[in-house]
Design a protein around this ligand. Structure first.
Ligand SMILES: Nc1nc2c(ncn2[C@@H]2O[C@H](COP(=O)(O)OP(=O)(O)O)[C@@H](O)[C@H]2O)c(=O)[nH]1
Ligand SMILES: [Mg+2]
Length: 620
């Protein structure tokens, strides 16, 4: 199905043309029919020669009802621009065209009506000239009379060609249905209608009503007057909703799929320069913003002359790249030479706060360097770190692989963070060499990161250029890893501790399992903290009871024990290693824990996988 909005000056024949094409009455209200004037949106549809449905959203042309016009044209992907042959180009022709241009509508057809009353050629020529400069560009044009039917077959054929040119939106895209009507049907409850631009609605689906953020369930779907199990955009849809009263919903609200839109109150936009006034754009301090069928009051803070930060009086579900229309409500159309309607592209839906002098200028420089619409790399560079879910809700696609969990990082920022982390870890090792390292939480706070998993991911990440200093993580602490410059640059231990360790290792060189006794350890000043630091530095093996051995002692013990008749007792092990019970018991328990030895029910042990013998699985 396709959806086309009408546009054009009041009384130029829009509604009569829709009536002639569809056989349906677009003016729904008694007042509209009595006054012969469209006040609110009308809806009617026809079948194209291709068999596809084409729905019209018929808009009012009178300047007083411009907000109704915008609510109808806002979500429609194409327009049927109507000019009367006998009247030619008029103020609301210009105003509607400015609105369509601001919305960036690229597809349409020009129809010169009332061709039975005057030669259509001059009106057609003038309208084509006005339209050529806008987002619509050169369009197919048809002259018709809704009264005599002259030209209508040509128009139907041209509408068929227009429909065939319209882009097919993604049926899996996020649903954002801007409501244009809300009413109750006796027996079924609340019904809402709107132009579905993309995505699919199905009976049973849940949607969130913004800005109230209420979850509602679709009880039934209708399109062009008939029930349907599901409908994909572009389409006119009517949804019968469960759990909502007509008082809670109204035009301009939207029904969205949860998580797929950012419900934004502050946005950055890029203003579209007008070809006839390419210079500086000056916006008033307050404007009305229109998107879809919605409008909001926007406070304006200019960022230079082409960008603005808008603060909305209520939040709207938005994506980066959305087109919005900005207008000065009271301003007269084009008489003053000023432009009361501006188009803009949404560049950011959760912009960082502007802090301090120069922040606005910096934001302007940043935005000026972006393509329009911006893509994932630009938004990532600005936000540095984004959850993938937040990036999707911004409407970004082609997301890079996360650095950790859900987190996406700007590559440059990630590399800077990694350098900062290495520096923080090295500084802590220098400041307090006996400490177990820099606590992950302290590192998280120091780098201002939102999640400790990011610190761990950073520590493990080494792909930078030049390669980042290796960091060792364990037990919730980070230390310079062996093999890195930070570790080599300074001994990980203060000199007295390093000397004491050297003395212990010298003692052990003679008798590797004769751990120094408590008195010797005290004499050397190797308290538990210092011994733990030496162990972390890989210089000592420490067993319960402050039993200190060389780092390779467990491996040596395993080789000696493997040569004993299996199984063996603790006493046999003690004799084979030439040591005491104080050493052999914790040493055997350590070997049990590491899976080197197995303790049998009778307290004897066997070596599980004798060193040097081929592993049973042929591997490791
Ligand atoms: N003679 C003639 N009158 C027309 C034609 N189309 C519309 N009209 C008349 O023009 C007036 C305005 O038409 P309407 O469809 O309400 O215009 P809208 O305001 O653009 O919707 C009505 O009186 C119509 O009868 C046409 O093709 N020929
Ligand atoms: Mg009308």
């Amino acid at each position: 199905m396709h959806v086309v909005a009408t546009a054009g000056h009041v009384d130029h024949g829009k509604s009569m043309l829709v009536r002639a094409l569809t056989g349906m009455e677009p003016d729904r209200w008694e007042a509209e029919q009595r006054r012969g004037m469209t006040i609110d949106l009308g809806f009617a549809w026809m079948t194209l020669p291709s068999g596809e449905g084409l729905a019209f959203v018929d808009v009012p042309g009178h300047e007083r009802f411009i907000t109704n016009m915008l609510a109808g044209a806002g979500p429609a992907p194409a327009v049927m621009f109507v000019v009367a042959a006998d009247e030619g180009w008029k103020p609301q022709s210009a105003e509607h065209l400015a609105a369509i241009d601001a919305l960036g509508v690229r597809h349409g057809i020009l129809v010169v009506t009332r061709a039975d009353l005057a030669d259509p050629a001059p009106a057609m020529q003038q309208a084509a000239l006005e339209i050529a400069d806008t987002s619509l560009g050169a369009m197919e044009a048809v002259a018709v009379s809704a009264l005599t039917g002259q030209g209508l077959p040509d128009l139907v054929a041209a509408l068929g060609r227009l429909a065939a040119r319209l882009p097919q939106p993604d049926p899996r895209g996020g649903v954002r249905l801007w409501l244009d009507r809300v009413f109750a049907i006796k027996g079924s409850g609340t019904v809402v209608t709107g132009t579905l631009q993309a995505g699919t609605v199905r009976a049973g689906d849940e949607l969130t009503a913004t800005p109230a953020m209420r979850t509602l369930r679709i009880r039934g779907v209708q399109s062009l007057g008939s029930p349907a199990p599901q409908v994909s955009g572009v389409a006119r849809v009517a949804l019968n909703l469960r759990g909502a009263s007509t008082r809670e919903l109204r035009r301009g609200m939207a029904l969205v799929q949860a998580g797929r839109w950012t419900v934004a109150s502050v946005i950055d936009v890029g203003l579209t320069p007008h070809p006839q006034a390419p210079g500086t754009i000056r916006l008033p301090p307050q404007l009305t913003l229109h998107i879809g069928a919605a409008r909001a009051v926007a406070r304006v803070r200019m960022l230079g002359s082409r960008f603005a930060r808008l603060s909305l009086d209520h939040p709207l579900p938005l994506h980066v790249g959305d087109r919005v229309l900005l207008r000065e409500p009271g301003a007269a159309a084009d008489h003053s030479g000023g432009r009361p309607i501006f188009g803009a592209t949404v560049l950011d839906v959760s912009p960082p706060r502007l802090r301090g002098n120069g922040a606005a200028a910096a934001a302007e420089r940043e935005l000026a360097a972006w393509p329009e619409p911006p893509t994932t790399p630009e938004l990532l560079r600005r936000h540095r770190l984004l959850r993938a879910s937040a990036a999707s809700a911004m409407g970004l696609s082609d997301l890079p692989p996360p650095v950790s969990g859900e987190w996406l990082a700007d590559p440059g920022h990630w590399q800077r963070l990694r350098q900062l982390l290495a520096a923080a870890v090295a500084a802590q090792a220098k400041r307090d060499p006996l400490a177990p390292g820099l606590a992950v939480d302290a590192a998280r706070a120091e780098l201002g990161l939102p999640d400790r998993s990011l610190v761990e991911a950073l520590a493990a990440w080494r792909a930078g250029d030049p390669p980042a200093e290796p960091i060792e993580a364990g037990g919730g602490y980070l230390r310079p890893a062996a093999g890195g410059r930070a570790r080599a640059a300074h001994s990980p231990l203060p000199a007295p501790v390093a000397d004491a360790v050297a003395a212990v290792l010298a003692d052990l060189a003679e008798a590797p399992f004769s751990a120094p006794d408590a008195e010797r350890v005290r004499e050397l000043g190797l308290d538990a903290r210092a011994a733990a630091a030496a162990e972390r530095a890989g210089l000592l093996c420490r067993l319960p009871g402050n039993v200190l051995l060389a780092p390779d002692a467990p491996g040596r013990a395993a080789r000696i024990l493997a040569s004993l008749p299996q199984p063996f007792t603790a006493a046999e092990a003690r004799r084979a290693l030439g040591t005491s019970r104080r050493v052999v018991i914790p040493l055997l328990e350590r070997l049990d824990r590491e899976g080197v030895t197995r303790r049998l029910p009778d307290d004897r042990r066997t070596i599980r996988d004798p060193p040097g013998s081929p592993a049973p699985n042929g591997g490791r």
